[in-house]
Design a protein around this ligand. Structure first.
Ligand SMILES: [Zn+2]
Length: 303
C-alpha cells in the first residue's frame, strides 16, 4: 500500500524505530526492496535519486511504473525523491507518482534554504505529497575526515527551520557521510546532538549516509530520534560481493541468472537493516493510511 512519508514516519516517531530508505533505479531493484519489506513485515521507503535520474532513469515514469506494484504490496511503501536539487525535477516528481520529495537546499545559506524549501512545501502539500529537507550539510565519505565534523546541524536552528518551512521530516548532519568511507574509518555519531535536535523539534529526523556507519551507531540512532536511515552503498556492495562469488563458481553464467543474484543481494541486505533499525514486524500494527493524491495522477504511458 502506498503511503506518504508523513504518515509512515509518524508511526516510527511514536514507536521509536527507523525505516530504511533504500535506492532503486529500475523496476526490478524496486521489487527487490518490496520483497524484503514483505518478508520482514516492515514499512519501506524507496528512494529514487535525482542524481541517478540524470544518468539513466526516465524521471517522469519510474515512480508511475513501480507505483502499482508498491500499492499492491501487503506492507506500507513510500516512494521518495532522494536529493531533489532542481525545481523542475521536484515539481515533476510531485505530479508523477512520488508520495514524498526531498528538497535539498542544504548547500545554500540558512535563509535561502528556508525560502527554497518553503516553496516546495507549498506545491507538494497542495497535492498531499510529503517533504523532507536538510539542515546542516551531509558530505561525502571520500572526504570523511573533514565532512563528518563540519556543517553539522545546529540544534538551535532546527525548530525555527521546521516552523518556517512546514517540512514533514528533517535530514540532519550528525557525523555521517555519503558513499564509502576510507578503509577502517567508522564515523563518530554525535548522539547528544541528535537528542538536542529532537528535543527542540520533535518531528521525524532523517540520517543520510547510513552505509558503513556502524551497526551499533545506527541501531542506537534509531532509538533516540532518527526515523529514516538512507542506505545505498551497502546494498550495492552486498549485491557486488554475491555476483563476484557466483561468477567465480560459474563462469558461463547467463545475465538472466546474474540479475537474480544481484537482486537477492539487495533483498538480503535490506532485510538485515530492517532488523537492525527495529522496523521488522511494524507493518501490521502501525497506524498507516493509504496515500490518496489530492488531484488525480497521470497514468503511466500518458506522458
Ligand atoms: Zn543523502
Amino acid at each position: 500500500m502506498l503511503v506518504s512519508l508523513a504518515n509512515m514516519l509518524a508511526d516510527a516517531n511514536e514507536r521509536n524505530y527507523a525505516v530504511i530508505a533504500a535506492n532503486c533505479y529500475n523496476y526490478d531493484s524496486a521489487r527487490a526492496l518490496v520483497r524484503a519489506a514483505e518478508l520482514k513485515r516492515s514499512p519501506l521507503i524507496i528512494n529514487i535519486a535525482e542524481g541517478h535520474m540524470k544518468r539513466w532513469i526516465k524521471r517522469d515514469t519510474l515512480a508511475l511504473e513501480i507505483g502499482p506494484m508498491c500499492d499492491a504490496a501487503t506492507v506500507p511503501v513510500c516512494i521518495n525523491l532522494d536529493h531533489g536539487f532542481t525545481w523542475d525535477v521536484i515539481v515533476s516528481c510531485v505530479a508523477n507518482g512520488f508520495t514524498s520529495v526531498m528538497a535539498d537546499s542544504s548547500s545554500f545559506p540558512y535563509e535561502e534554504n528556508i525560502a527554497r524549501t518553503k516553496k516546495v512545501v507549498d506545491v507538494a502539500h497542495a497535492r498531499g505529497v510529503s517533504v523532507e529537507a536538510e539542515l546542516g550539510h551531509v558530505g561525502q565519505g571520500t572526504n570523511a575526515v573533514e565532512d563528518t565534523v563540519s556543517n553539522l546541524t545546529d540544534p538551535s536552528q532546527a525548530a525555527d527551520f521546521v516552523e518556517k518551512t512546514g517540512v514533514d521530516a528533517l535530514a540532519v548532519a550528525v557525523g555521517t557521510a555519503h558513499g564509502e568511507y576510507p578503509a577502517d574509518f567508522v564515523p563518530h555519531l554525535d548522539f547528544d546532538r541528535i537528542k538536542e535536535i529532537k528535543a527542540a523539534c520533535p518531528i521525524p529526523l532523517v540520517l543520510h549516509g547510513g552505509s558503513g556507519s556502524g551497526d551499533e551507531n545506527l541501531a542506537h540512532a534509531a532509538k533516540i530520534g532518527i526515523n529514516k536511515i538512507n542506505i545505498f552503498t551497502d546494498n550495492q556492495a552486498n549485491a557486488r560481493t554475491k555476483i563476484y562469488a557466483a561468477m567465480e563458481e560459474n563462469k558461463k553464467m547467463y545475465p538472466l541468472d546474474m540479475f537474480e543474484v544481484i537482486y537477492e543481494g539487495i533483498t538480503e541486505k535490506t532485510c538485515y537493516f530492517m532488523d537492525l533499525f527495529g522496523s521488522t514486524g511494524k507493518a501490521d500494527d502501525g497506524k498507516f493510511e493509504k496515500f490518496v493524491p489530492k488531484k488525480p495522477l497521470p497514468m503511466f504511458g500518458d506522458l
